[in-house]
Design a binder for this molecule. Sequence first.
Ligand code: 13P
Ligand code: SF4
Length: 362
Amino acid sequence: MMNDKSANEERLMADTQLVRDYLATVPHQTSLDADQREGLRSKIKTLLQEKRAVLVAHYYTDPEIQALAEETGGIVADSLEMARFGRDCDADLLVVAGVRFMGETASILSPEKKVLMPTLEATCSLDIACPIETFAPFCDEHSDRTVVVYANTSAAVKARADWVVTSSIALDVIEHLKAKGEKILWAPDRHLGRYIEEKTGADMLLWDAACIVHEEFKAKGLFDMKALYPDAKILAHPESPSSVLSMADVVGSTSQLIKAACDLPDKTFIVATDQGIFYKMQQLAPDKQFIIAPTAGNDATCRSCASCPWMGMNSLEAMYDTLLNENNEVHVNEELAEQAMKPLRRMLDFSQQKQIAVKGKA
Ligand code: 13P
Ligand code: SF4
């Protein structure tokens, strides 16, 4: 029988190949000089205005894209807030700079808006590793369990779920379901699943997939880095391996990590998540130092080096082309969208009730 280590290595190699194959099929970005970039930024701004369009960007996208979203009345946010903002904003057209599940979620929640993405090729290793063809029978086999899926999944997988959650609300939802005595089937990220299981003590059956970016962070390297920066606090996204999470001072979604970076009195932070997040951390806490957690060291494969290859596909050139030609429209099958809307709405209603409850206590 294969031991855990070699099974893990085999999966890592398969994931590496998956990313390489995928990236080989998409056009390489050209490098633009400063004038060309400024020209594109200005043309994008004009088009956004003319088309009553809003740019909704994730914290992992290129800092230039994040800045553009902020300068034009759009938003830079985590996946939960992106979904909420896209639904509630007054626009005819949404340009979602992130990965495909974010565009699909926007389209499901805002059927009256046209949703475009700079590229429809930008997927996510979690989405790829949880195809509906194998996920649906797995759910059928365990029909006694409440199906909770992470937002990083296809519309078809969401449509099969009872609940959708993002990392900023996953713990609260599972606590809520556990209190009702429900047993959980969780997919797809096993690290996040295990983290929630440990925190809540809920009965959780985990699907076996991982994020190729967060799985790269190494506990040994982190330990060595901590020796170099003994006063630093460690911030980690829960898609990281448990050995990394156990060393973290704060574990949370992208927005929760940014909040911790601002609120904690410490001056130095080692951050285990995609380095695109540094743009916002540095903007909100300019007097603090942020260091990326190590992805190198023993056993390093460095397939991503703390930078999501799919988020990186959101270039200025692609965004301009998309806005100009209104191509790369996100389409979700109507029946699937209707089904997926139910668990998505459940998540948004739950998060709203939670906010009201928190405010009520303040
Ligand atoms: P957040 O929901 O924390 O923004 O995370 C999305 C994601 O893809 C993390 O890798
Ligand atoms: Fe998916 Fe990981 Fe990229 Fe997030 S960072 S979009 S989980 S591959």
